[in-house]
Ligand binder design. Sequence first.
Ligand code: NCD
Length: 323
Amino acid sequence: MTILQAGMNSEKKPVSKLRIPQHDLLGIDMLDASDITTILDLAEYYVVQNRRRSLTNVLLKGMVIVNLFLENSTRTRLSFDMAAKRLGADVINMTTDGSSILKGESLTDTLKTINAMRPDVVIIRHRGEGSAEDAAKLIDAPVINAGDGTREHPTQALLDALTLRRHFSKLEGLHVAIVGDILHSRVAHSNLHLFKKMGVTQSCIGPRELLPLGVDGTQDLGAGLKNADAVMVLRIQKERLSEKLSFTEEDYFKAYGLTTERLSLAKENAVVLHPGPMNRGVEIDAALADDPTRSLITTQVEMGVAVRMACLDLLTRGARIAC
Ligand code: NCD
């Protein structure tokens, strides 16, 4: 069995734990450990559902979901779209291109306009930290943060957690090393919140200029990888840099690029994760990224659909019961 097939399968919907108290999903910081477990348990059920191509799920039939992506995306946008459609909802995808934002309309006016049309869920990605919170104040329906600047990307951390939990059959007690641009990464920030809540030990590794102040990090790859069960590799977020970096991509690969050889500095059989998009030959070696015995990167993408199905199910529960 390859690691892509490993993990638990859940045929039965875990009916006993089907609620989270939150109206919106804006960050991992607003969830507690039991909310996270509820989402992951329900996502296990949706992994099975998503693999059954013949399935016609009508849970969200009649609902209209607005997928508002004002920053570029492949995986997150597509998987929210797919998750909503797998649950029977209609989806409207909106990006900056082709919208009145290019005519100078503000985010606030864009959100007020969307709200006036009474959508059932709004998913938002925007470069501004706190933009999802602002959206939740203006939108009556549940709002899901699909990435607000460098702040949070909660569904990415949840899909990473589901990937790890399926591979190791637990989260508590694991040690995950994060390598790369932690300073600008909303993925790292959401994961660090999640690790703390779920009893996962973390080590942060990267050049000094990419490690946030206040985070206990190391510039030494070998020291940071020691005893790690999993290594999460992040790209350098060039679009968020305010100053030119003091090193080239070649220097970076020499010092921090993860290869199969370097992965051996972690625990035996340690696995690698990457949220994508990858820059092969910069932060990760292509052979390692494509090695099905060490890389969980494709599994992460699959888990993204299941986690987003679970989040859409849980956040629309109130509205569905009210009908
Ligand atoms: C990440 C993001 O957009 O924050 N990608 C993703 O959602 N899968 C990471 C990144 O862009 O580097």
